[in-house]
Design a binder for this molecule. Sequence first.
Ligand code: HDE
Length: 689
Amino acid sequence: MADKATTASGGETHQRADDGGAVLTTNHGVPISDNQNSLKSGARGPTLLEDFVLREKIFHFDHERIPERIVHARGSGAHGVFEATDDISDLSRAAVFAKGEKTEVFVRFSTVAGGAGSVDTPRDVRGFAVKFYTKEGNWDLVGNNIPVFFIQDAIKFPDLVHAVKMEADRGYPQAGSAHDTFWDWASLMPETTHMLMWAMSDRTLPRSFRMMEGFGVHTFKLVNDAGKVSFVKFHWKPRLGLQSTIWDEALKLQAADNDYQRRDLFEAIDSGDFPQWDLGIQVFDEDFANAQPYDVLDATKLIPEEDVPVRLIGTLTLNRNVDNFFAETEQVAFLPTNIVPGIDFSNDPLLQGRLFSYLDTQKSRLGTTNFHQIPINTPRCPFGNFQRDGMMQTMVPKGRANYEPNSLSAHGEEGGPRESVDRGFATVNAATGPDETGDKLRVRADTFADHYSQARLFYRSQDAHEQAHIASSFVFELSKVGLLEQVPPRMVANLRNVDEDLAQRVADGLGIALPDKAKAAKEPVDMAPSDALSIHKNMKATLEGRAVGILIADGTDAGELDAVIDAVTKAKGKAVIVAPKVGGAKLSDGSVRKADGQLAGSPSQIFDAVAIILSDAGCKTLLTEGAAVEFAMNAFAHLKAIGASDAAKPLLDKAGVEADEGVTKLDASFVKAASRRFYDREPKVRTLA
Ligand code: HDE
């Protein structure tokens, strides 16, 4: 039966339905007597066309799928609330920012290149799209987990997407940029260089949606009551800190769990462990913009946080999973054109193109101009206008008022809504400044010409481990360029403008000669390194939101096991017991402890740290179990903490686990170690470029 959902702000949203024990009916309400058999002419005869129950059921099923998103097809959504925590009325009149205001939100995280059924952990940018159902209409902040983009002008977007998606003739690879056409295109487009640095870093391997930043990417405007305009960049800062996996771990996660990130988000919310982000703004004016060596309208550039600090103005909490994946996550339609009074667009040519694309794409995806009437897209505030009819119209407007102006009310009839100069959205007049308008020209501004300074800034802001990951990713991706031999040297030639050492490492890794430096449209300059750009400098040593896999077997000491579970839980981590049989293991005290996961299906890559608690006999059995050896081996290779009982030593030895800071006893030192990763260990386990 239908019920009304209550929103975070106490209002009513859309109808949520459950079966309520009702009688099964057709879509037209006719009760159904038999849902097992179709109507036949004789018990073994042909099925009759007359069977409207069968035909309706199959007809509806045949049309269950809708076109998947052309990009960002695979995603996960959740409901939540945004609470404004700082007074910024001097900057923006937006109701959503009024201090203390709580606004219902829907968030969808996504990968970009893969199809809806692809894996969760490819090397890919993640979408971070937020729909705020504000009092003054929906505001959609449709961002990514990287603050810059591949291209400067929307006209290049179809080329980017064609190049990165599966190749046109062979239909592969799925969800990956490591192939000919992507690198062919990218190496011919120097403006991609900055974003490539981010894409080749561990930013594209987030451990969890809950542990990544989000960015609005473009410069937007804030407008206050007096019409004063400020420029702004939006940031989401995760309360759990930043955490990424490493490449080998991400690859192995694909094998272990295709739904790793979707499951992680769902389970966290389901267990009441609500993920949170702070919304931050970088606010600046025209003078600042004009004084920078880059153009703030160029989406391949960021504004270093050291130059304009991020001011936190609100908190996003995701507190409710969707009731129905299709109705909500699949049908949600994000539109950068969904903007509210107090916020405005800039002239960023990438943003300007997006303003057309998203509205347009919804018609082909959702099939009707009335997609705003689908509950997940409907504003929570009153809305009304004179737009009428169209496919799948679900509203029933009363009266004759479907035009404006009208004088129907003079006759006592309903005249319909009217525009409001006071309350309405008014576009900022931007004749001057960084947002100037002028002659009609099909050009790229000269101020967009520097493609390398910020790529260099990004690279030089990383620690040595992160730099090695970037160099190695370039080597891996370019090694997958098969037929187009000209591509890797062309890419390395571009990288020489970023950093000579990086270019040399990539050339060495590929085993090719260092090519001549590519000619830069504008010579790069050195910028002061920014700690905010590094993941490692923004991680949090915590077990909160993390999972510890505890491997046990018959004979495991019950006391030791309980002590580890207790310590992990106290540190707000999730303790997950893994055993050869999911039915459990017989512990030292004779009791049977059920496992949360069977060893073969719960490899260590799905955990943030592992504990291995075995008896001498248990260890002996596991020495012949490949999955147990890999459990320890991969935890070590993925730079995770390993806490082990003394009896587990032979297993660690067989797995090649060497003593270091991250390999501990099962005492307090384990929980401390489990709260972080051990990047210093990496040279012992793999060769990086
Ligand atoms: Fe998108 N993008 N995009 N994009 N984008 C879409 O809209 C597009 C860009 C982003 O969870 C599509 O509804 C153009 C930047 C996210 O539903 C489509 C350009 C950023 C999502 C589209 C860009 C994004 C999309 C596909 C260049 C970060 C998923 C389906 C001008 C700031 C939203 C859809 C969700 C989805 C077009 C560039 C983020 C085709 C033309 C830059 C998070 O309309």
